[in-house]
Design a protein around this ligand. Structure first.
Ligand code: PLP
Length: 373
């Protein structure tokens, strides 16, 4: 199945592309560089077929396919990083496999066997290895998996044929501002998912209100929209594409908890919780986090806050602007230790995370997996 035996990072070594120019976007291969390729695997007649490599950029499915009409699809994203010695390290691929199993179970889609997912991810990384950004540049290879219900069907019903597509692009920062802090906008105006809905699946449908919500946040001078729970509109949940956590003055890391069915279980967040507890001596609380707590004073004051995810990594939050449904009665929760860039605790969390991902710090918990060329 292997397509490319070129050295990791050679597109960058040869100056065909510069890591500083990456950002978070799709682009054509530069002149002199190999094409990007993906792997596709069809589930048909009750079994997974042999994965195929392709440089084709478009997907074809019947016009009545469930993925087009009813959003019968999930996606998953993970990243590969270059170590100082040139090795390529995937970050927590098995946890991503477990999460896409969860997405399939929630959405009644075919479960992708862990071994198939992991094999395809490794293969895609190898085939696109020239595009692995070099160590020390802030770049990484971002890998996307997408499972689509593709059989013909007019009515609303479970799909029985699926296409699994896995592809990769080199990326830099998700937000052009990088580790610069941002302000979040919070309001009961938009909900992400229903309380007993599909929030724990990484389903495309969960991202739809992010379009108007983020637009509204931007008009208020904020970088992202922070959702509240749909039952009481009193608990903060997450943003459109990242989990939220706050760091309290008494060294407590608090994040909307596992029991919140509206929140995606972020693997970055889980990693930061472990780092906070084991390496920084924080107490970690995964529980309902009430908006009013973010306005507390004294010992229970929140000194720092951030959003986190594979794409966003850790993006510090300096304040949350809250307004009611009608966009009135603004209140501002300000996190005093976050300056223009980031606060000291978030900095430490970020440094540990990135050091583990790039193999600079001991991988105590077996989070990285080497992809050998
Ligand atoms: N929350 C949402 C809604 C997301 O889309 C993502 C990104 O995948 C995350 C959280 C962060 O999850 P992870 O850290 O596993 O990438």
């Amino acid at each position: 199945m292997r397509q490319n035996k070129a050295k990791f990072g050679f597109v960058f070594d040869r100056g065909l592309l510069k890591e500083e120019e990456l950002g978070f976007r799709v682009f054509d291969p530069p002149k002199g560089a190999p094409p990007f390729s993906d792997l596709r695997c069809l589930f048909k007649d009750g079994r997974w077929q042999e994965p195929q490599i392709t440089t084709e950029e478009t997907l074809t499915a019947h016009k009545t396919a469930g993925c087009y009409h009813y959003g019968h699809e999930w996606f998953e994203s993970l990243a590969a990083h270059m170590a100082k010695d040139g090795r390529c390290l995937l970050f927590r691929p098995k946890d991503h496999a477990a999460r896409n199993r969860r997405s399939s179970e929630i959405l009644l889609m075919e479960v992708v066997p862990e071994s198939l997912f992991l094999e395809m991810v490794r293969e895609v990384v190898l085939n696109n290895s020239p595009y692995l950004p070099r160590y020390g540049t802030g770049g990484r290879l971002y890998i996307r998996a997408n499972l689509l219900g593709v059989n013909r069907q007019l009515g609303l019903g479970e799909s029985f044929e699926y296409l699994l597509v896995i592809f990769a692009y080199p990326v830099g920062n998700y937000y052009p501002t990088g580790l610069q802090s941002m302000k979040l906008y919070c309001s009961p105006r938009y909900d992400r998912v229903a309380e007993r809905g599909t929030g724990q699946a990484k389903a495309g449908g969960n991202y739809l209100t992010s379009y108007p919500a983020k637009k509204l946040a931007k008009t208020k001078g904020c970088g992202e929209y922070l959702y509240l729970d749909t039952a009481t509109r009193k608990r903060v949940l997450e943003t459109g594409s990242a989990n939220f956590f706050g760091l309290r003055a008494d060294r407590t890391f608090i994040t909307p908890g596992e029991m919140e069915t509206e929140v995606l279980r972020s693997i970055t967040n889980l990693s930061l919780q472990t780092i906070a507890r084991k390496l920084m001596g924080f107490k970690v609380e995964k529980r309902p986090l009430y908006l009013k707590e973010l306005f507390s004073k004294g010992r229970h004051r929140f000194m720092e806050a951030a959003i986190c995810g594979t794409a966003a990594r850790l993006t510090p939050v300096n304040a949350i602007l809250y307004e009611n449904f009608y966009g009135r009665h603004p209140r501002l929760a300000h996190f005093p230790d976050v300056n223009k860039t980031t606060g000291p605790w978030c900095h430490e969390l970020y440094d540990h995370l990135v050091a583990i991902q790039h193999g600079d710090e001991e991988d105590r918990w077996g989070w990285t997996e080497e992809v050998r060329l």
